[in-house]
Design a protein around this ligand. Structure first.
Ligand SMILES: [Ca+2]
Length: 79
């Protein structure tokens, strides 16, 4: 599912990922191993994924292409 984080500068493949609301950096400890990969040079959005692999369940963040349709998780202010 999409979470509210994006590449800070989508024109700069080396720019960091930030939480969209606070603009604070995404902690490196939250990423899946070998991510962010920027596969194809256009992975500017962040998803949370969980999958099963031999040895146990894995979960973490992955950068991905924004045109993909996925569920999402967002934060809102209290009313
Ligand atoms: Ca990726």
């Amino acid at each position: 599912m999409w979470v509210g984080a994006v590449r800070q500068d989508s024109d700069d493949d080396n720019s960091q990922f930030v939480w969209d609301r606070s603009r604070t950096p995404v902690l490196t400890s939250l990423w899946d191993p070998r991510e962010p990969s920027n596969t194809g040079g256009n992975e500017d959005y962040v998803e949370f994924r969980m999958y099963i692999k031999s040895g146990g369940d894995l979960s973490g963040l992955n950068d991905d292409k924004g045109f993909k349709t996925k569920s999402y998780l967002c934060e809102v202010d209290k009313c």
